[in-house]
Design a protein around this ligand. Structure first.
Ligand SMILES: [Zn+2]
Length: 98
C-alpha cells in the first residue's frame, strides 16, 4: 500500500527532476523540448519512432527482445492463472452464497 503522503512526495520529486532536466537541456543550447523519439528496449540507443519492434537492430538486441517477449508472455499467463485461482473461490462464494 502506498500512503498519500508518500505518493505526493514522489510526484513532486518527479516534477522537480523534470524541471531540472529541461533547464539542463536548454542550458546546453539544445531544443527546449526533446523531439519525440524512443529508445531501443534492450540497449537504450535512440531509435526511430516508428520502429517495430522497438529495438535498434543489433543481433544481440533482437535475441534479447525475443527472449523478453517470451518471458512477458509467461508472466502474463502466470498472472492470469493466479488471478483465476484467487478469484474463483470468491466468485463461487458470491454466486452460491446467495
Ligand atoms: Zn539495441
Amino acid at each position: 500500500m502506498v500512503s498519500k503522503e508518500k505518493l505526493k512526495k514522489q510526484v513532486s520529486k518527479t516534477a522537480d527532476a523534470m524541471k531540472t532536466g529541461v533547464k539542463k537541456a536548454a542550458g546546453k543550447g539544445r531544443n527546449k523540448s526533446v523531439p519525440p523519439h524512443r529508445h531501443c528496449r534492450m540497449c537504450h540507443v535512440p531509435i526511430d519512432l516508428k520502429r517495430d519492434p522497438p529495438i535498434c537492430g543489433e543481433e544481440n538486441c533482437a535475441k534479447d527482445w525475443e527472449k523478453n517477449k517470451k518471458n512477458e508472455r509467461m508472466v502474463r499467463i502466470a498472472f492470469f492463472v493466479f488471478v483465476i485461482i484467487f478469484m474463483a473461490p470468491l466468485i463461487y462464494a458470491t454466486i452460491v452464497g446467495r
